[in-house]
Design a protein around this ligand. Structure first.
Ligand code: NI
Ligand code: MN
Length: 225
């Protein structure tokens, strides 16, 4: 299995089975993305919420690739209304797809589409694939229930926002990692715009000071999991 980071909160998971899971594909409008939406293909698109920097290029990619969009109920209904294939879920629920299992978690955030439709709650996404557990936190503030989420799900990779202003900043993100206790943390949602500037190496050092592992991914880098 491979994990590729496009910057911001956008990742592509390519499974050994060949299935591709694209998460929060904010590419064409993203000044830090090394790829354009037209460069990307995916059988599945996982979305944390409806904000433009997460919904991104979903409509274009899903139409071209006939992707199944997997996300929270109201956002899924919104996408279905645009003619896309969508699987409606909600916080606390899990479902087994042919590639693996998805479970949605809460996220302290809102969810509105770029055309100003309120689409339910923002979420995090726990992805159970090929004997690994990846937890994409979406956009969120810090919350104590992360301890419970980490206790119930032994997380291998925690994708954690550090850019502050709209999400946790570095210090709250370090505490989130100590609550979840993943095998490794990958920072995201930083340096896309001035308002979310943060130094991932400072985050990494603070995690290592607490005995936690961190992998800072370059924008465009792909790693083997
Ligand atoms: Ni957001
Ligand atoms: Mn965001």
């Amino acid at each position: 299995m491979k994990l590729k980071y496009f910057s911001h909160s956008s990742f592509l998971i390519t499974l050994d089975s060949g299935s591709r899971l694209l998460i929060d594909p904010f590419l064409d409008g993203n000044p830090t993305s090394p790829v354009k939406a037209s460069d990307v293909e995916a059988e599945y698109i996982l979305l944390t919420h409806g904000h433009g920097d997460h919904l991104g290029d979903t409509l274009e990619i899903a139409k071209r690739c006939d992707s199944l969009c997997i996300c929270e109920n109201e956002l899924a209904s919104y996408l279905a209304g645009k003619g896309l294939q969508a699987h409606n879920m909600h916080i606390g629920g899990s479902y087994s797809f042919d590639f693996g299992k998805i479970k949605l978690t809460q996220a302290w955030h809102t969810s509105v589409t770029p055309d100003n439709e309120c689409v339910g709650a923002a979420t995090g996404i726990i992805i159970f694939v090929e004997n690994k557990i990846i937890y994409h936190m979406g956009d969120t503030g810090l919350f104590l229930d992360l301890k419970l989420i980490g206790q119930l799900n032994p997380i291998d990779y925690l994708l954690v926002p550090i850019g502050d202003n709209f999400t946790m900043g570095i210090d709250d993100a370090v505490m989130a990692c100590s609550f979840v206790n993943p095998k490794s943390a990958v920072p995201m949602h930083y340096n896309t715009f001035d308002v979310v500037n943060a130094d991932p190496e400072v985050f990494k050092q603070k995690l290592e000071d607490k005995g936690l592992n961190c992998q800072v991914m370059e924008f465009g880098q792909e790693i083997n999991l």
